[in-house]
Design a protein around this ligand. Structure first.
Ligand SMILES: NC(=O)c1ccc[n+]([C@@H]2O[C@H](COP(=O)([O-])OP(=O)(O)OC[C@H]3O[C@@H](n4cnc5c(N)ncnc54)[C@H](O)[C@@H]3O)[C@@H](O)[C@H]2O)c1
Length: 363
């Protein structure tokens, strides 16, 4: 049974994604956003005023010392995630951290170890896992209703103009940790892995086609999943008609989801293979629909924290998709060689950061 406790939340990094967090907290009846912090106090103050939050800080440590929060929402760029999560755990708070949870596997390891040592939870925001459609399809796949999944296609074709990369922390290995694979493709890669489970190998290449970045603006990869699925990936930041899509062909059906930044039932389709039409009535989506978004993710995490329950599957396993992404970078650094979880686990360079050669095709 859920406790009556109201969670005291604070937020660090009052930029664009922070708005989704403030709205999600406001929509949840048993949590309150009591303070926010940003490197720029003026920005934090303006954000606080927008959402009726009383206190604003320029320093996370000061905010933690004064506020004693139950939960810290980390909405800063990836580089400070580790340091901020460790400070939050040291102050006895749980952490909900924006994707990517860290710019390296080593830093994520530190965050997970600190959470465990403090007896606190580290929840990650990959909101594409949420919504009733993804839960329904995951249940069908895990329950075997669609037969074995065989082949998948995962596309993140987005458009980010030159002005997007003009923000100083973007497009650089040192501050963003990676390019469009880590920044954008990871959403769909995460949903794909949420549906298909653990991976067994990755091969990848990085491309610079048009943007002035140090990192890649396009990547291509092949992932093999333990379930015996081969998936083809393309991630792009230079594609004017944007789409985010996943297709999974199983023994009995084709599952597709086509959307851009969020999905509801209308974005999903399950098409039966010849001979399985009669079974398809059992695959129908539930009558009640919830779209993918930050609000259901934070709601389910808050419920779990108030109950002392494990994190929901929509916010657990922070390393799963980051490892696949790390595998793509590690493979690109070895000219497209096959990278397995074992190789990645003992990798000489790519646990500490993803900087890798990018093939430049700009003309
Ligand atoms: N889940 C999603 O759909 C989604 C969407 C956009 C961004 N993101 C992620 O959210 C994070 C932030 O992205 P954004 O687009 O909101 O960035 P942003 O640049 O709009 O905002 C980041 C804010 O953090 C502040 N900041 C930077 N370093 C700080 C520090 N050390 N201490 C305190 N404040 C600091 C900046 O001043 C800025 O206000 C990134 O990890 C990004 O990948 C997720």
């Amino acid at each position: 049974m859920t406790s009556e406790k109201t969670l005291r939340a604070v937020l660090v990094g009052t930029g664009s994604v922070a708005n989704s967090h403030a709205e999600a907290v406001a929509a949840y009846p048993h949590a309150e956003l009591v303070a926010v912090a940003d490197l720029s106090l003026a920005k934090a103050r303006e954000f606080a005023d927008r959402y009726g939050i009383v206190r604003a800080y320029a320093d996370l440590d000061e905010m933690l010392a004064v506020e004693h929060p139950d939960v810290v929402l980390i909405c800063t760029p990836p580089a400070p995630h580790r340091e901020q999560a460790l400070a939050a755990f040291a102050a006895g708070a749980h952490v909900i951290v924006e994707k990517p949870p860290a710019p390296s596997l080593d830093e994520l390891d530190d965050m997970r170890a600190a959470a465990e040592a403090a007896g606190r939870q580290l929840a990650v925001v990959f909101q594409q896992r949420t919504g009733t459609a993804a839960a329904h399809v995951r249940g069908l796949l895990q329950g075997g209703a669609l037969g074995r999944p065989l082949v998948a296609v995962c596309q993140t074709l987005w458009f980010r103009g030159p002005e997007y990369f003009a923000v100083p922390w973007r497009g650089r290995w040192e501050t963003e940790g990676g390019g469009t694979t880590l920044g954008h493709g990871i959403h769909q890669i995460d949903l794909l892995a949420h549906l298909l489970g653990d991976w067994s190998s990755v091969q990848g290449r990085l491309w610079r086609l048009d943007r002035e970045t140090e990192t890649e603006d396009v990547s291509t990869a092949t992932i093999v999943f333990e379930a015996g699925v081969v998936a083809q990936l393309i991630t792009s930041a230079v594609s004017p008609r944007e789409t985010s899509s996943i297709r999974i062909d199983t023994q009995k059906a084709t599952i597709t989801v086509d959307h851009v930044y969020g999905h509801g039932h209308e974005n999903w389709r399950i098409t039966p293979a010849p001979g399985f039409e009669d079974e398809s009535a059992a695959w129908e989506f539930p009558d009640v629909e919830e779209r993918s978004a930050h609000a259901p993710l934070l709601r389910d995490v808050f419920d779990a924290l108030r109950d002392g329950a494990p994190l929901p599957p929509t916010a657990d396993a922070p390393a799963r998709s980051l490892e696949i992404v790390a595998g793509i970078y590690a493979s690109a650094a070895a000219d497209g060689a096959v990278v397995t979880p074992e190789l990645l686990g003992a990798h000489p360079t790519h646990r500490a950061g993803f900087a890798s050669p990018v093939t430049d095709l700009r003309r």
